[in-house]
Design a protein around this ligand. Structure first.
Ligand code: FPP
Length: 239
């Protein structure tokens, strides 16, 4: 199997890593940002075209106010500090999710950073912010209905590609690989439409511990998997 084009990651376990090390949860998220930097750089070095990170889910708004504030603050700092690295590596920043829910100042900053990196072409780094796949599908369904009305179409005219064109991930290939750290084996409302045929990898380490060696091990195992997309394998049934 060739090199994956798109890797998506559920970055889980910051809080448990912090507890295990006798630190406040915030320290786990801070350490998690260091892992983001490491993995972005490594994916760029490996010429992965798309990296998508689940940074804040629509359900994360229900966390204690202090933690939500801390995560928004970290995101703000990340956007300030990491842009030079993205520029240097020709990485375009992208976001998916319901940005309307972000604090206004942060939303403007995100939009500004998207603009600053819009001409970069080697890799797309997508941050899922205030993102939930069911919410994304509902927003897409509303937008499909609006198109149906304005173009005078009928329900039978809706097909998979039309719906996909209204998702936040329009113009992105589906993930080849979905990684979740921390040992949990769930997809937690992340890219539910897009991961229909993704290869799933569950790593037992916490996100702050996820290293380039862990990533290499995933990529190695990916080479051994046989993706059939619901068809039969030529190796099993030669033509
Ligand atoms: C899960 O750990 C992680 C999150 C909810 C947020 C992920 C955020 C970061 C890695 C830092 C910010 C990211 C960027 C790109 C600036 P958890 O808190 O659910 O851990 P737990 O399950 O052990 O409690």
């Amino acid at each position: 199997m060739g090199r994956p084009e798109h890797i998506a990651i559920i970055m889980d376990g910051n809080g448990r890593w912090a507890r295990q090390n006798g630190l406040p949860r915030f320290a786990g998220h801070q350490e998690g940002v260091m892992t983001v930097r490491r993995i972005v750089q490594e994916c760029s070095r490996l010429q992965i075209k798309y990296l998508t990170l689940y940074a804040f889910s629509s359900e994360n708004w229900h966390r204690p106010e202090q933690e939500v504030k801390a995560l928004m603050g970290l995101l703000d700092t990340y956007l300030t500090n990491e842009i030079p690295l993205l520029q240097k590596n020709n990485i375009r920043l992208n976001v998916i999710g319901d940005l309307k829910r972000l604090p206004e100042q942060l939303r403007h900053k995100v939009l500004d950073k998207l603009k600053q990196t819009e001409n970069n072409t080697d890799m797309v780094l997508t941050l899922a912010l205030s993102y939930g796949a069911r919410d994304e599908i509902v927003r897409a369904a509303r937008s499909v209905c609006a198109e149906i009305v304005t173009r005078g179409l009928e329900p039978k005219d809706i097909d998979e590609s039309m719906l996909a064109n209204h998702l936040d991930t329009v113009n992105m290939p589906d993930p080849d690989i979905l990684i979740r750290t921390s040992g949990e084996q769930r997809v937690s409302n992340f890219l539910l439409w897009q991961i229909a045929y993704s290869e799933l990898f569950f790593c037992s380490c916490f996100w702050p511990e996820f290293s380039i060696e862990h990533l290499a091990a995933v990529l190695q195992e990916y080479q051994n998997r046989c993706r059939r997309f619901g068809r039969v394998s030529n190796e099993i049934f030669p033509q």
